[in-house]
Design a protein around this ligand. Structure first.
Ligand code: ZN
Ligand code: ZN
Length: 135
């Protein structure tokens, strides 16, 4: 099973992302200094492969969402379609939003685990109180 891991490098500060399978190594594609061994999916969520933190939150993969700014297009078309374009496009946007998958993000180092089909249920949305512990 393939998934993606993305992270801002702790060494050079640039974002890198790569397709992964389990039991393989990810390395910063810019400086090559930061790397981590990616274990089994379930073990990832026991401890972050980069920083050993045990807490993650889930959010939508917003990069996917950015590719579908239909509502904006619909708004621009309103004067020409007597307002009909907007509800139609909001519907399309909502359908796409539902299909955009969740990703899990490490509270401490911000590593992103993308396209993982089974994010554990105990990983919930972003929580400010938890995040404060890591600032
Ligand atoms: Zn780097
Ligand atoms: Zn981490």
């Amino acid at each position: 099973m393939l998934f993606s891991v993305g992270k801002e490098c702790g060494e050079c500060g640039r974002y890198y992302k790569s397709k992964m399978s389990v039991n393989s190594e990810i390395r910063c594609s810019h400086c090559g200094k930061e790397s981590a061994e990616i274990p089994d999916i379930q073990k990832i969520f026991n401890a972050c492969p980069f920083c050993q933190t045990k807490q993650f939150y889930r959010r939508k993969d917003f990069n996917q969402l950015l590719g579908c700014s239909f509502v904006l297009v619909g708004a621009l078309l309103v004067p020409f379609t007597y307002g009909l374009s907007l509800p139609v496009l909001i519907l399309i946007d909502w359908l796409i939003y539902r299909r955009v998958s969740d990703m899990a993000v490490c509270y401490s180092c911000g590593a992103e685990f993308i396209d993982i089909s089974s994010i554990p249920d105990n990983i919930i949305g972003f929580d400010h109180h938890t995040a404060e512990l890591y600032e």
